[in-house]
Design a protein around this ligand. Structure first.
Ligand code: KG4
Ligand code: ZN
Length: 291
């Protein structure tokens, strides 16, 4: 079975590579290098990609570059955009929620991160408790549009001299308990209102923590990255800060917000230009990488 699964993955990737070359109207001779994300993420998926990329680089005779998935999300902001460092980056995906001061194309300082769940993970878990499919973010967004933010939900209490951090487990647990309590009492769960309230507090936390980061660094150029940057309420909240606070705000185009290969290519470009050495064929997948 594992052999069949691996053969099917290889065939699927082969088709994607062929399609990508066709759509870009080029052949392997036009390609300078093969870039692959080696982490962070689910080991099984990463292993499939890393092994395929090694074989491709070897057979094509091209250098192989190991690229961080997280840095790829940040680099998605450079595609079709005039963004230049320095800027404050809010990274919000299914695996990470963090604020970084991106000093140049290849270095960033971590300003703060989640103490527990990632924002996207909270969207996914709340969606599950509301009976919505995975990934939960787009589903919550859709359902929230039919509801009102009537529930008061917990937010981390943040003092101005605290280190920057996010926390999503309290909000997630609040929603899970709210839904279970209503179900136990035999009452209908007002799912759209729950989704709308949750989305409001989830976005508010992302925005207000970024606001602290902007105040502390004095850097008013802000980019949002990761799957949650596709969220319409979040975009509206940050858009408003352009006018209200004079921020310069960037997000990737919607198709580059969630995991995609273009962002890995974009990060590889900057890594190669800045002198990153190619990986060798001992490259291995890693579930976690340093932010
Ligand atoms: O960056 P990504 O594709 O994968 C990881 O690196 O984790 O992010 C996926 C996450 C999922 O948790 C998904 O629910 C969330 O991004 N997401 C959204 C939206 N679209 C995707 N969250 C909120 N609103 C959305 N529209
Ligand atoms: Zn991702």
């Amino acid at each position: 079975m594992p052999e069949i699964a691996s053969r099917n993955h290889t065939l699927a990737i082969e088709n994607v590579v062929k399609q990508a070359l066709d759509e870009a109207n080029c052949t392997k001779d036009d390609i300078d290098a093969v870039a692959v994300t080696y982490g962070a993420g689910l080991l099984g998926a990463l292993l499939v990609g890393v092994n395929y990329a090694k074989a491709l680089a070897y057979t094509w005779g091209k250098p192989l570059y190991a690229i961080s998935h997280v840095r790829g999300h940040i680099a998605a902001n450079y595609i079709d955009s005039d963004l230049e460092p320095p800027y404050v980056c809010l990274l919000a995906s299914g695996g990470h929620t963090a604020l970084l001061l991106v000093e140049d194309y290849t270095s960033a300082k971590l300003l703060g991160q989640s103490r527990d769940d990632a924002a996207g993970e909270a969207f996914d878990k709340v969606a599950r408790v509301l009976g919505l499919p995975y990934p939960g973010g787009p589903e919550i967004q859709k359902l929230a549009a039919e509801g009102k933010p009537v529930y008061k939900m917990p937010v981390p209490s943040f003092k101005s001299d605290d280190a920057l951090y996010f926390s999503y487990s309290g909000l997630k647990t609040f929603v899970i308990n709210l839904v279970h309590n209503l179900e136990q009492k035999g009452e209908a769960v007002p799912k759209a209102d729950v989704a709308c309230s949750f989305q409001h507090y989830a976005v508010e936390q992302l925005f207000s923590t970024t606001e602290h980061a902007v105040e502390r660094t004095g850097v008013k150029r802000v980019a949002v990255a990761g799957g949650v940057s596709a969220n319409a309420l979040l975009r509206a909240r940050f858009d408003a800060a352009r006018v209200e606070k004079g921020w310069e705000v960037h997000y990737p185009p919607l198709k580059y917000c969630t995991d995609n290969a273009a962002m890995i290519g974009a990060e590889a470009y900057f890594a190669i230009v800045s002198g990153q050495k190619p990986a060798d064929f001992t490259l291995d997948a890693k579930a976690t990488v340093r932010l």
